[in-house]
Write a protein that binds this ligand. Structure first.
Ligand SMILES: [Zn+2]
Length: 148
């Protein structure tokens, strides 16, 4: 066998794909051939590098997925925040309209008015919170159905 024949076997040798006989012949040749030994070292380095690349690739995908999820979470969080704010503003405004007559009624005490506003505010926040939860679980269930 020539040196070129051995060089052709190097990748297979590094991948441990040679049978016992081929392996022994290859190692015997290496023992007496510094040229092939040097080349094998380079192949080994190359293999380690390509193994590294192959190892890094799925990891990068995980990171991409991670940042995708973070982006989704930020997007959803922002959406919820805007939705909540809008809902609170609209409900408080609507509530104001509704209890305006009470607020403007001079016979109702200031403390009563503050109490009413606090009650309304609390109700709005609770309502939005429950609504958010409902919509969140509903969209998640739907998502799960689509995935299934
Ligand atoms: Zn050789």
């Amino acid at each position: 066998m020539t040196c070129q024949d051995h060089k052709d076997l190097m990748m297979a040798y590094l991948d441990d794909e040679l049978d016992e006989q081929q392996k022994r012949a290859f190692e015997e040749h290496l023992a007496g051939c510094p040229d092939c030994t040097r080349e094998l070292a380079q192949f080994r380095k190359l293999k380690r590098m390509t193994d590294c690349v192959a190892f890094v690739e799925p990891e990068e995908r995980i990171w991409e997925q991670y940042w995708g999820n973070v982006y989704n979470r930020i997007e959803r969080g922002t959406g919820w925040l805007l939705f909540s704010l809008a809902a609170i503003i609209l409900f408080i405004y609507g509530g104001f309209q509704l209890i305006e007559s009470i607020i403007e009624d001079p016979t109702v005490s200031v403390l009563m008015k503050i109490g009413l506003l606090a009650l309304l505010g609390g109700l709005v926040i609770l309502f939005v919170s429950v609504l958010r939860e409902r919509v969140y679980f509903w969209s998640r269930d739907r998502y799960r159905d689509v995935r299934r």
